[in-house]
Design a protein around this ligand. Structure first.
Ligand SMILES: [Zn+2]
Length: 109
């Protein structure tokens, strides 16, 4: 079972109290974007076996959105952080790099 830390209410939360929101850090485009950029935003998603960044909502708790960095193969959670960030905090990126040598933020962007 997946257990994540909610960074807003500082509680460890079981996945039954959460609602998944899909991939995190998607680039949103305005109305001036071309059709390909808009299509990529709507339909194209990463599906890695390994490090992944996801959106979660603490639906049966504080109700707020947060982001989680975890490994889809091992279910190891590297950390969670508020959703109002454009990239993972440096501490989480350092943790991932330490446990997944060779990994770097931006490799899959
Ligand atoms: Zn919460």
């Amino acid at each position: 079972m997946l257990i994540l830390h909610c960074p807003h209410c500082d509680r460890m939360v079981d996945e039954t109290d959460l609602h998944p929101g899909g991939e995190a850090h998607l680039k949103r485009h305005g109305p001036e974007a071309d059709a390909e950029a808009f299509e990529n935003y709507l339909f194209m998603r990463e599906n890695p076996k390994g490090v992944h960044f996801e959106r979660w909502r603490h639906v049966y708790g504080c109700g707020k959105w947060f982001l989680a960095a975890r490994n889809t193969a091992t279910l190891e959670v590297y950390g969670t952080y508020p959703a109002q960030t454009h990239q993972p905090p440096q501490t989480i990126r350092d943790t991932i790099t330490e446990r997944q040598p060779g990994w770097a933020w931006g490799d899959f962007r």
